[in-house]
Design a protein around this ligand. Structure first.
Ligand SMILES: C[S@@+](CC[C@H](N)C(=O)[O-])C[C@H]1O[C@@H](n2cnc3c(N)ncnc32)[C@H](O)[C@@H]1O
Length: 392
């Protein structure tokens, strides 16, 4: 039996002819019957874990960074913290709870807005404003815009290079009604700024191009008058992104903690994600007024938030808990979540002391972290159950 999302894709092709891979991904993920309409896609019962689902400490580290950014900007009386692609709202709740215990004045100044293309339902709103939207409708504010694994979920175009010619991948149906791909010559000038100059020499290369990032930054430039932006995701710089080493490996599928099946299987029930080309985020960001401030790995970023001290306390302090140390350390695993990139950009910040951005920061050791809840992997760990997991 075919899924409703698969039927919808077929309907599009019957009506319009071959559709671009980007349109296919849009329907498979974000239509009314798409993947992101499913319940329980995160966590143990879902398809994958993300950093916020591991332990609320991740949200606490974000709260520390937000506090420092707010201080550097002169502690404005109104600060929007806008999280885009908030998923099930786990990070929003943890950040908001952590800020409330970390700094009362900041908490009073804070308007936390969590935006996602899917509806986020949380019993207690924790003073968070949730919005179901593809864009942020706030304008011209002092704000901190943050996202975790948002950009990898944008629908992407797909290219392939054959005999020095660049083609775009389209999705079609054969005579038997099975999905097939067709390649159409690409108008390269449309993608200027994304593709490296000598790309046609990468014979056999296949990979995604995330042109949605253009409209994303254009929206953000209307939202932010002044402030910071923190983007966490997995990906590479251009040199590695556009290389035979990464060819065919930048688009991934996730279903129940297993990756790697064809994108044309389980349409609507498996996730599709694409690694991020961070150089293009820097460049498009810059052309929209967002200057790069920091670019580091998630592991380095968490180090600069003082995570090592916390782990040391958990190793030797009165509440020592080795299982929890091991779990939290996965946030810094260089071959997994720790290898994710953290891109910090800023707009109209003027002459401020950026040296202070992530130096001498630590969570006060007498302060509790936000509670571990059922959405966190730490919840089952506390109860002693072990299972294998996929973090992306
Ligand atoms: C991979 S999930 C990550 C969720 C969450 N940030 C986390 O780390 O667990 C990507 C989320 O981004 C949302 N999303 C994708 N494009 C979006 C857009 N343009 N605006 C808002 N949300 C978007 C999806 O609906 C999905 O919930």
């Amino acid at each position: 039996m075919t899924s409703r999302a698969e039927d919808l894709v077929r309907g599009h092709i019957h009506k319009n002819g071959p559709i671009s891979f980007e349109t296919f991904m849009e329907v498979a993920l974000y239509s009314d019957v798409g993947y992101y309409r499913n319940k329980d896609i995160f966590g143990l019962r879902g398809d994958y874990y993300t950093s916020p689902h591991l332990h609320p400490i991740f949200g606490a580290m974000f709260a520390l960074q937000i506090e420092r950014m707010w201080e550097i900007m002169g502690s404005p009386a109104n600060l929007y913290v806008i999280e885009q692609g908030g998923g099930d709202g786990t990070l929003a709740v943890d950040i908001s709870t952590a800020v409330s215990s970390l700094n009362v004045s900041l908490y009073e100044s804070l308007k936390y807005v969590c935006v996602d293309r899917q509806k986020i339902e949380i019993e207690d709103s924790f003073r968070i404003q949730f919005a179901e939207s593809e864009h942020i409708s706030i304008e011209d504010q002092t704000c901190i815009i943050l996202s975790n694994e948002l950009v990898d979920s944008f629908p992407v175009r797909m290219i392939e290079i054959i005999d020095k010619e660049i083609f775009e991948v389209f999705v079609d149906l054969d005579d038997k009604g099975d999905f097939i791909e067709s390649l159409m010559p690409l108008n390269v000038s449309e993608l200027a700024g994304f593709l490296p100059r000598d790309i046609q020499n990468l014979d056999g290369y296949r990979g995604p191009i995330n042109t949605k990032t253009r409209e994303w930054y254009s929206n953000l430039s209307n939202v932010m008058k002044k402030g910071f932006m923190i983007t966490i995701d997995y990906g590479f710089e251009k040199d590695l992104y556009y290389s035979m080493q990464k060819s065919h490996r930048l688009l991934q599928t996730y279903y129940r903690h297993t990756e790697g099946s064809s994108p044309y299987q389980r349409i609507g029930s498996q996730d599709l994600t694409a690694h991020v080309d961070f150089d293009s985020l820097r460049e498009i960001g810059l052309s929209n007024g967002f200057e790069e401030i920091e670019y580091l790995s998630q592991s380095e970023w968490l180090d600069s938030m003082g995570l090592a001290n916390i782990l040391q306390q958990l190793r030797v302090g009165p509440d020592k808990n080795r299982a929890m140390v091991n779990l939290i350390s996965t946030l810094q695993d260089p071959s997994g979540l720790g290898g994710f990139k953290v891109l910090i950009q800023g707009k109209n910040l003027g002459n401020i002391d950026l040296e202070r951005l992530n130096s001498d920061i630590s969570w006060p050791l007498d302060l509790r972290f936000p509670n571990v809840r059922e959405v966190h992997m730490a919840y089952s760990r506390e109860r002693g159950s072990a299972y294998s997991l996929n973090f992306f």
